[in-house]
Design a binder for this molecule. Sequence first.
Ligand SMILES: C[S@@+](CC[C@H](N)C(=O)[O-])C[C@H]1O[C@@H](n2cnc3c(N)ncnc32)[C@H](O)[C@@H]1O
Length: 389
Amino acid sequence: MEIEIIKFDHFGRGIGYINNKIIFVKRALPKEIVDIKITKEKSKFYEGKIINIKKANDNRIESICPYYDKCGGCDFLHINEKLENEFKINKAKELLGRCDNYYETENMNYRNKVTLHIKDNQIGFYEEGTNNLIPIDYCYLLKNKINDVIKVLKNIDKKDIKEIIIKTNGYDVLINIKGNIDSINLPYDNVVLNNKLIKGKDYIEEIINGKVFKVTSNAFFQVNKEGLLHINEIIERFIKDKSINKVLDLYSGIGLWGILISDYVNDITMIEINKESCNNARVNIKNNDIKNIKVINGKVEDYIDRFNDIDLVITDPPRCGLDKKTINYFKNIRSKYFIYISCDMYTLKRDLKELGDIYDIKEINLVNMFKRTYHVETVCLLCRKTVDK
Ligand SMILES: C[S@@+](CC[C@H](N)C(=O)[O-])C[C@H]1O[C@@H](n2cnc3c(N)ncnc32)[C@H](O)[C@@H]1O
């Protein structure tokens, strides 16, 4: 069946219509004429896949990845960067009403962390939405240091291994093997087995703006360092001419944002649920000789109502965004300034609507740090309505 693709949906699929009913077609692009096959039929929509492209969008390119058809890791290897950027900017304009700045990062080989699965002694990723393993030799999103490790791991006996987490700072590599084994001999300096250190160091070290960060295997660290530098630039630009006393750094991970601004503010409290990340944060605070940060290991929603007189909230939640209790409490805290860092524009839109009672949006910044996927980081700068600027 032939259809014309009108525009993108927010997940990078093409939208067309069959007798006025919407159809979402994976990897079809705006202005294309495609023959499709319907793969799902629901009362309100269809889903389809391309059988043949009759008229291609000028920005369509040939994917360079042999696993692209099955692997769910990338969404945009079939389009050029120009169209990817347009997609992300338009998504922000449609969902959030504006996009003030757009920050680019390297196109490929940016990810500093990967989780690989093992099945039948083969190493790779799961096929999108399944547990079927796609064995891989190379991934274009991963830093080359990780791809080098994958080449080596392909040739070792992996039959009792379930999962391998690899992290790198571009020089050192940290490998965490998980499975039903008691020992392993790998030609790498830093190896953790079932979360216990068996060789070298159990962390990767990153130096960011003169501050040193240790990150262990299961702690969260931003996957694209160039992207995190842009986010930090945005935060520093926002706070630099403001007098800020007390800061809440929520969903704080290994303490990244708070530590990076610790020279410019008086007092920071971090809240983070993950114990390992909190331990990393405490080590990072001590190693950088920082005296003005406290770390609370717990859920933001369980601690948020203990705070008042806050000047700046930095919140960087997971995709699910902020829960009701936390949002309501933000309305009480009435912090002067608020930075919302989000990896999901839908939950950001929902939360900004609630925060709109007390805050004005000053800037929406996009940091394209998940290149070649439909994801993008949004850094939203807000000021309390009664505060100038
Ligand atoms: C997107 S990461 C951001 C981490 C950190 N701000 C950074 O940039 O490195 C989200 C963090 O929120 C933590 N988290 C998830 N749910 C939480 C909750 N209810 N309360 C506190 N922390 C939570 C996760 O463990 C994770 O470290």
